[in-house]
Design a protein around this ligand. Structure first.
Ligand SMILES: Nc1ncnc2c1ncn2[C@@H]1O[C@H](COP(=O)(O)OP(=O)(O)OP(=O)(O)O)[C@@H](O)[C@H]1O
Ligand SMILES: [Mg+2]
Length: 366
């Protein structure tokens, strides 16, 4: 697999519906063989972006390239792609086999070859033996598997999946997600996957594109998106976070000291989110910390290297593999996520919480 060639490129694409600017001069490159997800809230322009690549929509400005060739004016059926839409898209009056054969019939291949290809993709999506069923005789998950198989059977250069799992229950979503990841790596087809589910995006992707209101906020690997968000939007959209406000009281070359309520907290200079890194004493800032990065202990001694602050438990929620514990720290509510829990903890109990300065993020208030 050569990951340096880009399979799809969008250059300066702008799309407007009436007065609504839905895509605002976006640039995007998809590398050969990678699985890239477009992630963002409803209405941010994910499906529109996918439709530009597929050719169902044309940009008002900008161009789309597939394998280096400008395809802006090329119709969808000539773009060599397989697509699974946001809503079920099987032909209801055709069996599974006929659905899969629909795209193959247009090609000049023998019946035996058609059958061979269909058998192969059905095995890939674990649907062998169900070729004579109609879509209405299948479960939601099975239908989505067939939709994926139908996109794959024509051996496309590019696979476009628009929220293919959004109508399924949590367990099936998870199963099919793993299957798509396995399939994609097995076949090596360049894939663009649209979702508004951050967990889905992080677990599936080689790279994630975070979109917001028609713009791209960040394109990075899942770990980098999670650990090094470039903007406040990305930080808040990916995962949970606690926030509190304060004012800068001192700065040296590596650390920023912030007075938040009665506490002084220290933040690494590297942990400033956003473009504006020019922080000075007196600046109003927001601090963020993720629930899983807050340590919680019964006594001050337990996590010695951290500075611990006394807090009171206000609520405890059991999540199966971990506990979500709300604590009050000088009148401020913080959420803590932990596996390391003391069975004596109850609401109203005093505990100690602390964090590594490296886990605290800071953003300057406007
Ligand atoms: N054909 C259209 N005519 C007018 N407005 C449209 C059209 N298609 C999309 N829009 C608008 O463009 C914006 C982006 O839509 P898009 O479908 O790309 O969002 P999305 O990110 O896929 O959202 P979702 O997660 O809900 O599917 C929305 O505000 C939507 O209402
Ligand atoms: Mg959509």
């Amino acid at each position: 697999m050569n990951t340096t060639v880009s399979d799809v490129e969008i250059k300066g694409a702008t799309k407007q519906f009436g007065s609504n600017i839905v895509l605002d001069a976006i640039d995007l490159e998809v590398k050969q063989g990678e699985l890239l997800t477009l992630l963002g809230p409803s209405g941010c322009g994910k499906s529109t972006t996918l439709n530009l690549i597929a050719g169902f929509l044309e940009a008002d400005q900008g161009d789309v390239y597939i394998k280096g060739k400008k395809v802006t004016k090329v119709p969808p059926y000539k773009r060599d792609l397989g697509m699974v839409f946001q809503t079920y898209s099987l032909f209801p009056h055709m069996t599974v086999y006929e659905n899969l054969n629909f795209g193959l019939k247009l090609r000049k291949i023998s019946k035996a070859e058609q059958k061979e290809k269909i058998d192969r993709v059905l095995a890939l999506v674990k649907m062998s033996g169900l070729e004579h069923r109609y879509p209405r005789e299948l479960s939601g998950g099975q239908r989505q598997r067939v939709a994926i198989a139908r996109a794959l059977v024509v051996e496309p250069e590019l696979l476009l999946l628009d929220e293919p799992l959004s109508n399924l229950d949590a367990k099936l979503r998870h199963e099919l997600r793993l299957e798509i990841k396995r399939l994609q790596k097995e076949i090596g087809v360049t894939t663009i996957f649209v979702t508004h589910d951050q967990e889905e995006a992080l677990s599936l992707s080689d790279r994630v594109v975070v979109m917001n209101a028609g713009k791209i906020e960040q394109i990075s690997t899942p770990t980098s998106i999670y650990k090094h968000p470039k903007t406040e939007f990305v930080f808040q959209f990916i995962g949970k976070s606690n926030s509190f406000e304060g004012a800068v009281v001192a700065i040296d070359s590596q650390k920023i000291s912030v007075k938040a309520g009665e506490e002084i907290v220290v933040v690494d200079y590297d942990n400033i989110i956003g473009e504006d890194r020019d922080i000075s004493s007196g600046d109003e800032v927001k601090l963020y910390i993720r629930p899983e990065n807050i340590h919680i202990a019964s006594t001050r001694e337990t996590s010695a290297p951290l500075e611990l602050h006394p807090a009171t438990i206000t609520q405890m929620n059991y999540l199966g593999t971990s506990w979500e514990i709300d604590v009050s720290l000088i009148g401020k509510s913080l959420q803590v996520l932990t596996n390391d829990y003391d069975s004596s903890w109850r609401e109203g109990r005093e505990v100690f919480v602390g964090w590594n300065p490296s886990d605290l993020k800071l953003i300057k208030k406007e």
